[in-house]
Design a protein around this ligand. Sequence first.
Ligand SMILES: [Zn+2]
Length: 81
Amino acid sequence: MLCQRCGEREAEIFQTQRVGDKLYDRDLCSACAKLDYGVFLGALLQSQAPGAAPLTEEDERELRRVLDQAAPSEDAPARED
Ligand SMILES: [Zn+2]
């Protein structure tokens, strides 16, 4: 499975994240994951680890904002680049 973002490298991070009533699928190589989500992906992955502390409210708000920006819009026309 190739990375959904660059389409060049093998995806290493597979994730389905529920934010509100939306589900986001993410298949990303580690480089793109860092570019796209940076500390928030790290925080997210950490929050899902057994025994980890939950995200703070602030972390969760920021994470939701990042995911909303990154999510492909169903209305937007396909880009060719
Ligand atoms: Zn990539």
